[in-house]
Design a protein around this ligand. Structure first.
Ligand SMILES: Cc1cc2nc3c(=O)[nH]c(=O)nc-3n(C[C@H](O)[C@H](O)[C@H](O)COP(=O)(O)O)c2cc1C
Length: 205
């Protein structure tokens, strides 16, 4: 089984990387493969709601950034972990764009798979960013894996997160819980509504 881990920081080897590496190493000890993909630091477009992805399922119409490269890995993953630095109490905007566009264009490849978010900050705003990252999982039937605390790690300059011993322990506990769930379910996706058709009412009466 394999966990796809997205490093949503423009700093490839920053504190988000420290947190996610702790997860990857623990998963490896558990016999679970993982792949960390880096969002990079090049421009990422926002969703323009063109719905061209409905004509060409699985791919966003914009092919000039990292979005399709990341979402092409969804089908081969049994679970997803997304890590982000905290910017003004929010996740990195580029990461949010990738999540929104890839879930809209290729949601069928990731829905129902266990997920977790990690927020990394200097001092504050991590709870809000963590909650924001969890929101898409909850409308994609993705069981959210918990840890001993919110998945938050502290650090400012790149690498300082190694000093946050409790934060790193929280990452290890998260990885153990993720491994436990994957082994218990055999990597099966959550069923959601199954064969029942969607009833979209859009609050229109
Ligand atoms: C534009 C910007 C906004 C930031 N906003 C916050 C913030 O609201 N709260 C906070 O605690 N740290 C904030 N930080 C600090 C980063 O979250 C912190 O340095 C983090 O470790 C960066 O993770 P990285 O090394 O993976 O990039 C901000 C940093 C930048 C560049």
């Amino acid at each position: 089984m394999k966990v796809l881990i997205i490093n949503g920081s423009p700093r490839r080897n920053g504190n988000t990387s420290v947190a996610l590496n702790e997860i990857a190493n623990t998963l490896e000890q558990e016999g679970i493969e993982s792949e960390i993909v880096w969002i990079g630091n090049k421009p990422v477009r926002g969703c323009i709601a063109c719905d061209k992805c409905k004509e060409n399922p699985g791919r966003c119409v914009f092919n000039d950034d990292i979005c399709n490269e990341i979402s092409s890995k969804y089908a081969g993953a049994d679970a997803l972990i997304v890590g982000s630095p905290v910017y003004f109490g929010q996740p990195n905007g580029a990461l949010l764009s990738v999540i929104q566009r890839s879930f809209h264009s290729n949601g069928g490849s990731i829905s129902g798979k266990p997920a977790a978010a990690v927020a990394v900050c200097r001092r504050g705003g991590s709870s809000a960013a963590f909650e924001t990252l969890n929101l898409p999982f909850q409308m994609m039937n993705m069981p959210i894996v918990a840890s001993q605390y919110w998945n938050i790690v502290f650090g400012r300059e790149a690498g300082q997160a190694v000093l946050d011993l409790e934060g790193l322990q929280t990452m290890r506990a998260l990885a153990h819980n993720m491994a436990w769930l994957l082994k218990a379910t055999g990597g099966q996706k959550a069923p959601g509504r199954g064969e029942e058709p969607w009833i979209p009412t859009h609050f229109i009466r």
